[in-house]
Structure formats: C-alpha cells, structure tokens
Design a protein around this ligand. Structure first.
Ligand code: OGA
Ligand code: MN
Length: 210
C-alpha cells in the first residue's frame, strides 16, 4: 500500500522542479517516524555510529574541522526487517521521481547521523570529485525537542537566495544534489537525522535496485 497519496508526490516533485528543493513538515506517519527513531536510538545505544569522513573510499578522511558528525550506514538486507516502512517509502519515492521527472534512479544510500553538541558541517556539496551519481539528497530530522537557540540549522545556498531550515522532529528536506551548496550550523545540542541519496546508475553497468 502507498504511504503517500499521488497528489502529495505531485506537489512535492513540482516544488523540486521549480525551486530545486522542498521542505515538508510533519512528513512521515507517526508510527513510521517513531519506528525509525527508535531504530536510530538502538544503534546509538549499541555504539554502532562511526566518525564520518569526507571523500569516497581511499580518499575518505576524518576532518572534524569540516564535519563533526558520526554516522551509521543503513544496509537494506540487514535493516529492512526492522524499518520496513522506510524502505517502502524509498521505493515509492524512486518510482515517483522516475515517472514524474523522467529520471533514471536505480539505487540509494542512507545513513543515520548524530551531531554531538559543538559540531557542524561546513558548506559543501554532496558529491565526490570522482563520483557524481547522487541525484537527490533526502534528509529527515528526529529532534522532537528542538528549539530556537539549539542551532544545527541546515542552510541551503540556492542561487535565488539562502534558506534556513530547522532540524525539528519529522521535518523533511529534499534537494537536487548537483551543485547545491549547504551547511549544518554549529549545533548546541545533540542533533539526529537520517540522510541519504537517490542514485543514478547507467543501466549498462547492470546495477539493479535491491
Ligand atoms: C550531509 C548533510 C545536512 C543535515 O550529511 O551531507 O549535509 O541537515 N546533512 O543533516
Ligand atoms: Mn551534505
């Protein structure tokens, strides 16, 4: 069963087409949101988060002057049974982008992120020098108690102007990955999110979603 009505996808994708990004408050149905959040908390309790790096593969370096978060990468095979609805959502999202925007998305990668108090992520784009198959960035926040002064806002530097987004619980942001500069402001409280990318793969590589 679909998680969101067709109308909503049309509206969100329309906003993406017009502005290159869309911000959606109260995004997930509450039960799906709570399930994701408790899975994040479980992984945190199990100390499964690692310091995040920048750059791909061998190029990956931990540079806390640039980003201070720690991440837990999701694995579909391993994690699907526990967060089924989230994976259903990802598939629904990919199907709608492909159909409504004639895109060729065929994969995805997601991680939970924790920004401890006093950390940030300097202005950057979500593409590596030697790899540019990320087409759509997706972010969902889990900070139910977030309030003014806690910091950790996402700032999108769009050519039409800056947009500041509060990382409040169940706020969702999607943007076109290519060339979109953005940063995470200094966070004065622990800050939690799920961040991921919808990927393009030329079909001749033989890469099939799932
Ligand atoms: C990232 C990122 C933004 C956010 O992980 O690349 O920019 O608001 N995250 O968490
Ligand atoms: Mn980013």
């Amino acid at each position: 069963m679909a998680i969101f009505e067709e109308e909503k996808w049309v509206d969100w994708i329309d906003q993406m087409a017009q502005h290159d990004f869309v911000v959606i408050g109260d995004f997930l149905p509450l039960s799906a949101y709570e399930k994701l959040k408790s899975y994040l908390n479980k992984k945190l309790d199990e100390q499964q988060f690692d310091k995040a790096g920048i750059g791909a593969l061998a190029d990956n370096q931990i540079v806390t002057r640039i980003r201070g978060d720690e991440t837990f990468w999701l694995d579909r095979e391993r994690d699907r049974p526990e967060i089924q609805e989230f994976y259903d959502l990802v598939e629904e999202m990919i199907a709608h982008f492909n159909r409504l925007c004639y895109m060729s998305l065929s994969g995805f990668e997601f991680h939970f992120a924790h920004y401890p108090q006093g950390t940030f992520y300097k202005k950057h784009v979500d593409q590596f020098r030697d790899r540019s198959n990320r087409l759509i960035t997706f972010i969902l926040y889990f900070n139910d108690e977030w309030k003014d002064g806690d910091g950790g806002e996402l700032v999108i530097y769009h050519e039409d102007g800056e947009r500041t987004i509060e990382p409040s619980g169940n706020n969702c942001v999607m943007f076109r990955t290519e060339g979109m500069e953005h940063e995470v402001r200094l966070s004065h409280a622990s800050r939690f999110s799920l961040t991921g990318w919808l990927l393009y793969q030329p079909t001749n590589v033989g890469y099939i979603m799932g």
